[in-house]
Ligand binder design. Structure first.
Ligand code: C5P
Ligand code: MG
Length: 206
């Protein structure tokens, strides 16, 4: 990562990019819904978890072990790492002409929320997927059969649920108090959830 990504100044001219945060518990369906929005609405989808897994797998990464441990334990990777990866990914896409971003699985902790809005861009709003834990558990275990992910197993899933409640829900509550959260129930079939997502975005002028 180049040194420029460690500066605290946003590399983006003000109001030139539009960011929607996509949050929800593990297995809520964030990635699935984002993929549909990319197709129909021309968003660029950036998953913080995917960026971290790619960095973990990158040869020579000095964060590989740290990321692997956090992912397995369901804990949050220090924000400096995730923020730098996101900033770089957004910048790359911005330079290719993209201006609308779905930032999925981020911010997972208050410090990430504050730093992103200070150093990159203020989010337009947060799309929050509400889902009962037992539904998420069943989905993750099903996904675990083929995902190859180190954290799609019962032990890691329990830890991820705890982190979600203790560390990530305060972020949703923080934005919600500012009237900046759009909630969608997602314990329904994919297309039904997607219809609610489109409706929710429409309310926000998208
Ligand atoms: O979103 P996803 O389920 O792919 O995230 C997998 C893991 O990546 C999380 O459980 C966490 O360990 C790490 N992560 C993080 N900070 C984020 C997003 C993901 O530390 N903002
Ligand atoms: Mg995901």
């Amino acid at each position: 990562m180049a040194a420029v990504f460690y500066t605290n100044k946003s590399p983006f001219p003000e109001n030139k990019i539009s960011v929607v945060f996509v949050l929800g518990g593990p297995g809520a369906g964030k990635g699935t819904q984002c993929a549909k929005l990319v197709q129909q609405k021309g968003f660029v989808h950036l998953s913080a978890g995917d960026l971290l897994r790619a960095e973990q797998a990158r040869e020579g990464s000095k964060y590989g072990e740290l990321i692997a441990t956090c992912i397995k334990d369901g804990t949050i990777v220090p924000q400096e790492v995730t923020l730098a990866l996101l900033k770089q990914a957004i910048l790359e896409q911005f330079q290719k002409g993209s201006t609308r971003f779905l930032v999925d699985g981020f911010p997972r902790k208050m410090d990430q929320a504050l730093s992103f809005e200070e150093q990159i861009a203020k989010s337009a709003f947060t799309l929050f997927f509400e889902c009962p834990e037992q539904v998420m558990l069943a989905r993750l275990l099903e996904r675990g059969k083929t995902s190859g992910r180190a954290d799609d197993n019962v032990e890691s899933i329990r830890k991820r649920f705890k982190t979600f409640i203790d560390t990530s829900m305060p972020v949703v509550d923080y934005f919600d108090k500012q009237g900046r959260v759009v909630k969608v129930r997602c314990d329904h079939p994919v297309d039904q959830v997607y219809a609610s997502v489109l409706e929710a975005l429409k309310q926000r002028g998208i």
